[in-house]
Design a protein around this ligand. Structure first.
Ligand SMILES: [Zn+2]
Length: 240
């Protein structure tokens, strides 16, 4: 089974994610975008070049728009320019794209294909295979689980979203008391049922905001105990 990870937006904190992945023999596809978000420092072109020597770099538009809500001209330009920008930054061909907010439709997917990309990732979760190159789903998002703390409240939307999927995969929800426990259960399901791949994705500032670094390490350490797992970038999913 292939194990792949992807990280969105190109925050400077992605460099820390990259170091952790390397520590556990894993690899990532970093979907970078020059647009500054959440008042965070973004990776510089020099950092993208260095990151690109060890991991895959994908495109994620130039200004992070909702691609189905802008004009076709603007959407095409955002997609094509981001490919060029990544290629100029890394000096290598950029074959993978990721839709901001997962916002896409047949038209937008067509523009991505037209721009010369080989595939594109969505934000769909609990999938372990995919036949459409321009609508590649993921297996799990790294995010607070089972609830998200907001001020002094607990928002249960992560559990509510996962519940029907866990039911379908026959994973008892009581075994998933934290994100890393959920991730290990979902990974064990995928491995035990001989799925083609497991795709973890996330945003590095959320690892910091929700204190998920140890959860990530705990999960990567668990994945590393499976000797038959092949670590590969997102583009490897296209031929799996
Ligand atoms: Zn994004």
């Amino acid at each position: 089974m292939i194990f792949t990870t992807s990280w969105d937006d190109g925050y400077a904190l992605d460099l820390q994610v990259a170091r952790i992945l390397e520590q556990y023999g894993a690899t990532g596809t970093f979907y970078v975008c020059p647009h500054k978000q959440h008042d965070r420092r973004m990776v510089t072109t020099k950092e993208i070049r260095e990151l690109g020597m060890r991991h895959e770099i994908g495109a994620h538009t130039m200004s992070h728009p909702h691609l189905t809500q802008v004009s076709p001209e603007k959407a095409r330009r955002e997609i094509a320019e981001s490919k060029q920008w990544v290629e100029d930054s890394t000096g290598n061909p950029c074959t993978m794209f990721c839709y901001p907010y997962g916002d896409t439709d047949d038209k937008v997917a067509g523009y991505v294909k037209e721009a010369g990309f080989a595939g594109a990732r969505t934000v769909e979760q609990f999938a372990f295979s995919g036949t459409q190159a321009f609508a590649l789903p993921t297996s799990l998002h790294i995010y607070p689980y089972p609830f998200r703390p907001v001020a002094n409240r607990r928002v249960l939307s992560p559990l509510l979203h996962a519940r029907p999927h866990l039911k379908r995969l026959k994973i008892p929800a009581y075994r998933c008391g934290s994100w890393s426990q959920l991730a290990k259960q979902v990974f064990a399901y995928a491995h035990g049922t001989n799925q083609p791949w497991f795709h973890l994705w996330g945003h590095s500032p959320e690892l910091e905001k929700y204190i998920l670094w140890n959860e990530l390490e705990s999960f990567l350490g668990y994945v590393a105990t499976y000797e038959d797992v092949v670590h590969a970038p997102n583009s490897a999913l296209l031929s799996s």
